[in-house]
Design a protein around this ligand. Sequence first.
Ligand code: 5GP
Length: 185
Amino acid sequence: MNSIKVHDKTFVPYLKDEELQEVVKKVALDIYEDYKDEVPVFVGVLNGVIMFFADLLRHYPGECELAFLQVSSYSGTESTGIVYKKMDLTKEVKDRHIILVEDIVDTGNTIESLFEYFKNTQRPKSVKVASLLLKPEVYKKDFKIDYVGKEIPNKFVLGYGLDYDELGRNLRDLYQLEEGKINEK
Ligand code: 5GP
């Protein structure tokens, strides 16, 4: 894997597709352990989740349904702290067990506000959260992320569904912003 340039920034290789698949498979089997007697609804938080979501479903050995919604809180490589709901939930989930599926949890603002939204307006039977990546140095909420694929350092990552100003989502592997460049404009 080589470094790549996207817009004005350089990204270095971080996790290869094969390593990501191992991580995703483990998350899928951990979820299955808890839900094998149920038909959970996996709710993908667009857009960043697309690759993880597809691979998670492929690795999930049980019955499940799926739904999507879209939110946004990021501008460039920094969180704005405000979570906008850009698209409504695509399915009724009242009285269902749902698993919110995120690509990455950073400050936790997005997932916390989604959790509140589901609990207060959609009335599911239960809500759990699965995230491919978690940045523990940044995440300071008490709120529990039930399934975490991998904890990563506080560096902006790109690829495998994750973008930098809309580019890079189609990269198979995961890249990290080059050392020392996180606050550079
Ligand atoms: P939070 O609300 O937890 O701060 O941020 C969650 C959302 O911000 C993620 O769903 C993702 O869209 C975006 N995000 C957070 N960290 C990164 C990152 O390192 N790279 C990219 N591309 N997006 C990120």
